[in-house]
Design a protein around this ligand. Structure first.
Ligand code: COA
Length: 711
């Protein structure tokens, strides 16, 4: 196996390309790939390969790749699946850098072994594979369209990486009619070798690419993707559309490309953590691409709505709440800025209603006022078609103001609602790369996505919150359980690990007789709970083996005697080791805190509303680990129950810092102790002022780790 891999640049900027399976038959993909390369104006050398020889699109056809006396950077392969291995082998042996395998019929239909064989052969010779099961690659810098698309993309600043080839081909057509210019569009298909992260490595520093749009169905190496996406969003916006959100959708995605969709909640949280904007559908993603690519970075997020219609202004206000767009609300400043252009029956409050009688001049004055005001950072301008506004002038008014805002460094988005003339205006503006929308929600969603990205970018912090742990001691406890063929820890073992990690658990000890029971209770302090300890009694409550809230010595004596009597009656043969005396934990706000090793994304931490309603409320949120303390706090703030931690009805604020420490501790255990795969504290009682207590702790062990030990 060759250690050195070719520079990914040569996939996008090849000096020579070959097409194996090039055909003169215009019904075949092998013809269209060659035709697209030639008609797309590719400047490098082109070598069609087909044993029949001859000529395709004015280029001599070579019988075999070996016959080409030149160094080839990219080979596009369009022969049936059964011939692909031989084609790859000949390319690899010739020293080709990248094979772009368009052919279908591999992992996506269960032909996994053949796909592996192909990748292994390529890797042995230092060649990389794009695909298989892809449409190919389009790269604007080299004018290379090595795809079988029906048309050619418009050049521009958006790069698209798509897992679905057919969707990508559709996107080529759609972006062209939407005037969304592309710097590149690539499909990764089965991701047998190159994946999204590898392609991002090229696109992140590439100057022509201003924004990246990705369509994902499943992720294989999630940790690598997180690393690369985090690096990408520091430089440019990344928009991700991931399908397989629903259970059925996830199954469909798995059978489409042979990759698992994973938990959508986890994926969603991770994307946000990486600063990625997640779009719901292609339309929303493209709208964001157009708007963000055309907008300057906002100087702040105080936004003003300027409208000629009250209803549309109210709708935009609702949408602003949905998409987290902050509306500027200094009434005095708004009045001063917009009085001149607002009739008495209008409103200078935000939304600023310049009324249905507003024409071009009024829009210009209002937009100038917002542009020139230091505290107004962006505008959403709405227009409902009226006879008053000379519609012939609408597009030129929008274009002129868009230019002014771009030069002034503030974002401006227009929503235009009306008949034919309005629709024509939208088309004319789009042709000039000025995004104008016919729906208010679309416009506000765009503004929200812009703010979200720049908010993230301007607040990136690099720290990692971890804790020092005695991992050796923790691993020893876990290994003892594994030696007994157990993949879970007993309550006392889990508590021991919590103590090592400095997590407070209820005080407890086991009493073997009545005297010890009284002594333990007094040591722990009343009230206490008492539970029978017997491996022969699994359901302690059923056996009458549990007593709660014991307030004094006499109650302890009575409870001890009752428990022993009940349990003997319940199972006369049970071996009773004693009773566990534990602190009766004070009530507090109940959280669930967890950490686990995810097969795709590595260590994932979780926090949410705990107790018995976890499953019903589903008020949980996730992050990948490690993360910095600010992100831990963001995570806690994100749950719907966060106000409970701030204190309600006269309560003091709860120990949120203490809960944050727990998240970091559990994440650190999973990160550093490979034997442990899952930890969950539920409930973690969080108290007013200071103090948290892990009432119940569940720890699972890693099966993979164990099988490795036996190898
Ligand atoms: N070297 C060079 N040329 C070869 C060859 C080889 N080793 N083996 C076959 N060929 C030639 C064939 O002779 C044919 O040329 P011809 O038209 O002159 O006879 C050409 O390659 C194509 O082979 P053919 O057998 O006609 O296949 P095809 O064009 O019907 O189908 C694929 C090939 C790759 C298109 C098809 O197998 C496939 O995978 N289709 C799905 C592609 C897809 O959807 N991908 C995902 C996109 S989103």
């Amino acid at each position: 196996m060759k250690d050195k891999v070719p520079d990914i640049k040569y996939l996008f900027e090849p000096r020579a390309v070959a097409v194996i399976g090039a055909s003169q038959d215009k019904t075949k993909l092998g013809y269209h790939v060659v035709d697209n390369i030639v008609s797309g104006g590719y400047k490098g050398k082109i070598y069609p390969i087909n044993p029949r020889g001859g000529d395709i699109c004015g280029h001599r056809v070579y019988a075999r790749i070996e016959d080409v006396d030149d160094d080839i950077d990219v080979v596009s392969i369009v022969v049936p699946a059964k011939f692909v291995f031989e084609a790859v082998k000949s390319c690899a042996e010739k020293g080709v850098k990248f094979a772009s395998i368009i052919t279908s019929g591999f992992a996506e239909v269960g032909n996994v072994e053949e796909e592996r064989r192909i990748v292994a052969c390529a890797r042995d010779h230092g060649m990389r594979i794009q695909g298989p099961n892809i449409f190919g690659i389009y790269s604007c810098v080299s004018s290379l369209n090595a795809t079988f698309s029906a048309g050619c993309p418009e050049p521009g600043g958006v790069a698209i990486i798509t897992q679905s080839g057919a969707l990508g081909l559709g996107m080529i057509g759609k972006t062209a009619i939407e005037h969304l210019g592309l710097s590149a569009i690539v499909s990764v298909g089965n991701k047998s070798d190159l994946d999204e992260a590898d392609l991002l490595e090229y696109l992140i520093p590439q100057e022509e690419t201003k924004l990246i749009f990705m369509y994902i169905e499943g992720v294989q190496d999630g940790e690598k993707l997180i690393r690369v996406l985090s690096a990408a969003t520091k430089k440019k916006p990344v928009i991700v559309l991931k399908s397989g959100r629903s259970e059925r959708g996830a199954i469909a995605a798995a059978s489409h490309t042979g990759s698992l969709a994973g938990s959508d909640d986890v994926f969603d949280a991770i994307m946000r953590q990486c600063g990625v904007l997640r779009a719901e559908c292609v339309k929303e993603g493209f709208d964001w691409c157009k708007f963000i690519a055309a907008s300057p970075p906002p100087p702040g997020d105080n936004t003003v709505i300027i409208t000629n219609g009250g209803g549309i202004g109210v709708m935009a206000t609702d949408a602003s709440e949905k998409y987290n767009v902050a509306l500027y609300d200094d009434a005095a400043t708004l009045k001063e800025a917009f009085t001149a252009v607002t009739p008495d029956f209008g409103s200078t409050k935000n939304p600023v209603d310049i009324t249905g009688q507003a024409g071009r001049a009024e829009y210009n004055v209002a937009l100038d006022a917002a542009l020139n005001h230091r505290d107004m950072h962006g505008v959403m301008a709405l227009y409902c078609e009226t006879a008053v506004f000379d519609a012939e002038n609408l597009s030129s008014m929008i274009m002129e103001n868009s230019r002014k805002y771009r030069e002034g460094g503030k974002p401006l988005v227009f929503a235009v609602f009306g008949g034919r003339k309005s629709e024509d205006c939208i088309s004319q503006c789009r042709e000039q790369n000025i995004p104008v929308f016919s729906d208010v929600y679309e416009a506000v969603s765009c503004m929200g996505s812009l703010y979200r990205y720049y908010n993230y970018k301007n607040n990136i912090s690099e720290g990692e919150a971890t804790v020092e742990l005695d991992t050796r001691l923790i691993e020893t406890i876990a290994h003892q359980a594994l030696q007994q063929n157990r993949f879970f820890l007993l309550a006392n073992e889990a508590q021991a690990i919590m103590k090592i990690a400095g997590v407070e658990v209820p005080r407890s000890s086991v009493a073997r007789n009545l005297d010890e029971a009284v002594r333990c209770s007094e040591d722990i302090g009343y009230p206490v709970v008492m539970k029978v300890v017997s491996r022969d009694i699994i359901h302690k409550s059923d056996a009458g083996g549990v007593a709660l809230n014991l307030e004094n010595k006499n109650e302890v004596i009575d409870a001890y005697q009752a428990i022993i009597q009940n349990c003997k009656a319940y199972n006369p043969n049970a071996f009773i080791e004693g009773v566990e005396i534990a602190e009766m934990v004070k009530p507090g706000t109940e959280l669930i805190i967890g950490a686990r090793r995810d097969a795709t994304f590595g260590t994932i931490v979780m926090v949410g509303l705990g107790g018995i309603y976890v499953e019903v409320m589903k008020d949980v949120t996730f992050r990948y680990f490690p993360l910095d303390r600010r992100e831990v706090m963001n995570m806690i703030k994100e749950i719907r129950s966060y106000p409970l931690l701030l204190g309600v009805r006269g309560e003091e604020k709860k120990d949120i810092d203490g809960a944050a420490d727990m998240i970091i501790k559990l994440g650190s255990i999973i990160q550093n102790c490979k034997t442990i795969s899952d930890i969950e504290i539920n409930p973690l009682r969080v108290y007013e002022g200071k103090g948290v207590k892990a009432v119940d702790v569940r720890i699972l062990l890693s099966k993979v780790e164990r099988s490795n030990q036996h190898e």
